[in-house]
Unconditional design. Structure first.
Ligand code: DX5
Ligand code: ZN
Length: 220
């Protein structure tokens, strides 16, 4: 079985000490950097934008997993590949022409991801799953770190896994929001491949150890 991945979300990092926190992730057992881009329209919060991401990718030594919580994401696909994004995830709810958006992301050489809000049903991906490299299931409502995990996520993972297997797709399942060492193993057992963790990693005194514990729990 392939290794399960951990993607710390820099949203919970200390923005005044970003380089320090990035170096910590570089040295850790984490697999990807998860980058949350919010526009204040799709979600009721604004995180950070292109100049900050440019500063971040000067120091990162692992793949960049960008989660766009923005309207009209098509406008910025080229921008994000130029900024060093390896995986570009858009929200299902923000895409009128999802199939076209996925092709545009892949045409730039990035992996294409689709994120679903907690209210968005898995069966809406019936006709696109074979075009999607990664589905990001939101286990909180997007917009803020530090919220509590929504338990219905487990049902959604199981439904998505069934869809992926039935369609013969090779899509990865990523979970984002309220992930910690209490639920990591259960999420993987339900079918997840990648776990995002923000507050649980960066609000701890020993983030390096926390990442190690998440990685161990996810692969136990
Ligand atoms: C929320 C973001 C998450 C967030 C997760 O909208 O998509 O990536 O950073 O934070 P925690 O792990 O604190 O729930
Ligand atoms: Zn995210």
């Amino acid at each position: 079985m392939s290794s399960k991945l951990i993607a710390p979300s820099l949203l919970a990092a200390d923005f005044a000490n970003l380089q320090r926190d990035i170096e910590m992730v570089n040295q850790s057992e984490a697999d990807w950097f998860h980058i949350d881009i919010m526009d204040g329209v799709f979600v009721p919060n604004i995180s950070f934008g292109m100049p900050v991401l440019q500063a971040i990718t000067k120091h990162t030594k692992k793949p960049i997993d960008v989660h766009l919580m923005i309207v009209e994401p098509d406008r910025y696909i080229k921008t994000f590949v130029d900024l060093g994004s390896d995986i570009l995830t858009v929200h299902y709810e923000a895409c009128t022409h999802l199939h076209r958006t996925l092709q545009a992301i892949k045409a730039e050489g990035m992996k294409a991801g689709v994120s679903l809000n907690p209210h968005t049903n898995i069966n809406l991906l019936e006709d696109t799953i074979n075009d999607i490299d990664l589905v990001l299931i939101m286990s909180v409502n997007p917009g803020f770190g530090g919220q509590s995990f929504i338990n219905n996520t487990y049902n959604k993972i199981a439904q998505l896994k069934e869809l992926i297997v039935r369609k013969g797709a090779s899509t990865l399942i990523e979970i984002d929001g309220g992930v910690n060492t209490e639920n990591a193993k259960a999420l993987i057992d339900a079918g997840a491949d990648v776990l995002v963790a923000g507050s649980f990693v960066f609000k701890n005194n020993n983030p390096l150890e926390i990442i190690k514990e998440l990685k161990t729990a996810a692969n136990s």
